[in-house]
Design a protein around this ligand. Structure first.
Ligand SMILES: [Mn+2]
Length: 430
C-alpha cells in the first residue's frame, strides 16, 4: 500500500505521545467503569467507524463572490485520491471517497479503482451533477434538469445519472446521490405539482437502472441556487419521492440544507422510524448552507443526531444502514486539515452518543423527568472522549494528533511543487 506520509514519521510522532495517551486512556477508563461502560468496547466501535470524504472537498471551495485557491490543490481525480489517502492514513477514519461526475470522470474506471485500492481507499456514493452545464452538452440546465419543462433536457439529465451509475458500478460504489438545483426564483415561475411530477417521472427512469444491490439517495435543500422554491426543498418532499420510487430510494440529510431552527435530529428519527434514512452529508452552518467544518458551530446538534443513530443501532432497527459522508467547502483552511478535523468530530459525536446511559434516559422519559433526561444527555456530551479517539488512531497506525503529524510531514509544500497554482479543478458547494 502507498503511504504518502512517512510511516517512520508517524511512528515516532506516536512514540512521543504513547505514555501520555495510555495514562489519559486509563484514567478515562476508570471514570467510565464507574458508569458501567467498558472503554475498550467504545474504542473498538470507534476504530470500526468510517465517514466518507467528498472528492470535491480536497480542493479549495469558494463563495458567490470569489475563490482564493490554496497551494498544491489537486488537479485530477488521482491527485484528489492522493490527498484523501493522507486523510485516511493519519486519521484511520475515512476509508471511502465519494466521487462527483463529471468533475471526477475517469478515462478508465479500472485505473481509478486500482489507484484507490493502492491507497487503501474504496468508494462511497456517486454524485451526479445536473446543476451546471458542461461544454459539450446540447441542452442547458439553466431552468432545471430532471424536472425541466423540456423532455429532451430531462432525458439528458437521466442519461447523465445513468452514466454515474455505470461508472460507480465499475469502481465498486453501491449508491447514487441525486441533488438537483431545480426550482424557481419567482412566484408563478414554476407549477409546483407539475415540476414534482416531471421529477418523479425522470427519477423513475434513474431508479429502474439501479443495479440490484444499489441504493438511491435523494438530497433535499430548501434554497439556493433557486431562491423562491426548490423542487426537493425539504425532507417531506424527499420522503414523498423516496416512497413513490420504491424500496431502494432513501432520503439523504445534509445538515446545512434546512430552514433555520429546524430540528434536524427529529427529522433523522422520523426517517429512521419509517425506514427511509439513506445517509448524511455532514458539515456545519450558522446562517445557511455554509458548508463549514463539521462540529465547528454546533457540536451539540451533531451529538443529538448521533444520539438518534446509536439509539437505532442499539434497538436494531431492521435495514438500518445509513451512509456517512462529509460535504464541506473550505475557503480559509487547508482542506486536508479541515477534513481530518471534521472526520474526528463526527467520530467524537459517535463516541459521546455511545456513552449515553440509555436505560436511565428511557426511565426519565417514561417518568416525564425533563431535567434528568436532559442531564443524562449532557453527561455523555460533556465527557472528553479524546483519549479513546487517540488510542483508536494509534492502534490503527494512524497519528495520535493528525494535524500536528500532517504539518510536521510538510505534505502540502511537497505536493505544491508538483501541482502548479491555478490548475485546481472546479469544486463547488453541493
Ligand atoms: Mn450535500
Amino acid at each position: 500500500m502507498t503511504q504518502a506520509i512517512s510511516t517512520d514519521l508517524v511512528g515516532s510522532h506516536n512514540q512521543d505521545r504513547r505514555d501520555a495517551i495510555r495514562s489519559e486512556y486509563d484514567a478515562l477508563g476508570e471514570i467510565l467503569d464507574r458508569r458501567d461502560v467498558d472503554i475498550d468496547d467504545i474504542r473498538d466501535k470507534v476504530a470500526a467507524y468510517g465517514v466518507a470524504v467528498p472528492s470535491w472537498g480536497v480542493g479549495t471551495g469558494g463563495t458567490r463572490f470569489a475563490r482564493f485557491p490554496g497551494p498544491g490543490e489537486p488537479r485530477t481525480i488521482f491527485e484528489k485520491l492522493d490527498d484523501c489517502g493522507v486523510i485516511h492514513q493519519l486519521t484511520a477514519a475515512t476509508p471511502n471517497v465519494s466521487l462527483h461526475i463529471p468533475w471526477d470522470r475517469p478515462d478508465d474506471p479500472a485505473e481509478l479503482r486500482d489507484k484507490a485500492a493502492s491507497l487503501g481507499l474504496g468508494f462511497d456514493a456517486m454524485n451526479s451533477n445536473t446543476f451546471q452545464d458542461q461544454n459539450d452538452q446540447p441542452n442547458s440546465y439553466k431552468f432545471g434538469s430532471l424536472s425541466h419543462t423540456d423532455a429532451a433536457t430531462r432525458e439528458q439529465a437521466v442519461a447523465h445519472n445513468l452514466e454515474c451509475i455505470e461508472i460507480g458500478a465499475a469502481i465498486g460504489s453501491k449508491a447514487l446521490t441525486v441533488w438537483i438545483a431545480d426550482g424557481s426564483n419567482f412566484p408563478g415561475q414554476s407549477h409546483f405539482a407539475r415540476a414534482f411530477e416531471r421529477y418523479l417521472d425522470a427519477m423513475g427512469s434513474v431508479y429502474e437502472a439501479l443495479p440490484g444491490n444499489w441504493r438511491l439517495f435523494i438530497e433535499h435543500k430548501i434554497h439556493e441556487p433557486a431562491f423562491y422554491s426548490t423542487v426537493i426543498q425539504d425532507w417531506g418532499s424527499s420522503y414523498l419521492a423516496a416512497k413513490e420510487l420504491g424500496d431502494k430510494a432513501f432520503c439523504l440529510v445534509d445538515l446545512g440544507h434546512h430552514a433555520p431552527s429546524v430540528n434536524i435530529e427529529m427529522i433523522v428519527s422520523r426517517l429512521i422510524q419509517f425506514g427511509k434514512l439513506g445517509g448524511f452529508h455532514f458539515n456545519d452552518s450558522k446562517y445557511g448552507d455554509d458548508d463549514l467544518d463539521t462540529g465547528s458551530i454546533n457540536p451539540y446538534q451533531l451529538f443529538l443526531v448521533f444520539n438518534e443513530l446509536v439509539d437505532a443501532e442499539q434497538h436494531r432497527v431492521p435495514g438500518f444502514n445509513p451512509a456517512h459522508m462529509l460535504d464541506q467547502s473550505h475557503n480559509v483552511t487547508d482542506p486536508i486539515e479541515s477534513l481530518m478535523v471534521s472526520a474526528m468530530e463526527v467520530i467524537r459525536a459517535y463516541a459521546q452518543a455511545l456513552l449515553i446511559d440509555r436505560s436511565a434516559l428511557e426511565g426519565y422519559q417514561d417518568d416525564n423527568d425533563a431535567l434528568m433526561a436532559s442531564q443524562t444527555l449532557k453527561a455523555a456530551f460533556r465527557t472528553d472522549v479524546e483519549p479513546i479517539l487517540a488510542m483508536a488512531r494509534m492502534e490503527s497506525g494512524a497519528a495520535v494528533d493528525p494535524i500536528s503529524a500532517y504539518r510536521q510531514a510538510g505534505y502540502r509544500n511537497r505536493v505544491a511543487a508538483g501541482r502548479p497554482a491555478g490548475g485546481g479543478s472546479s469544486s463547488g458547494i453541493v
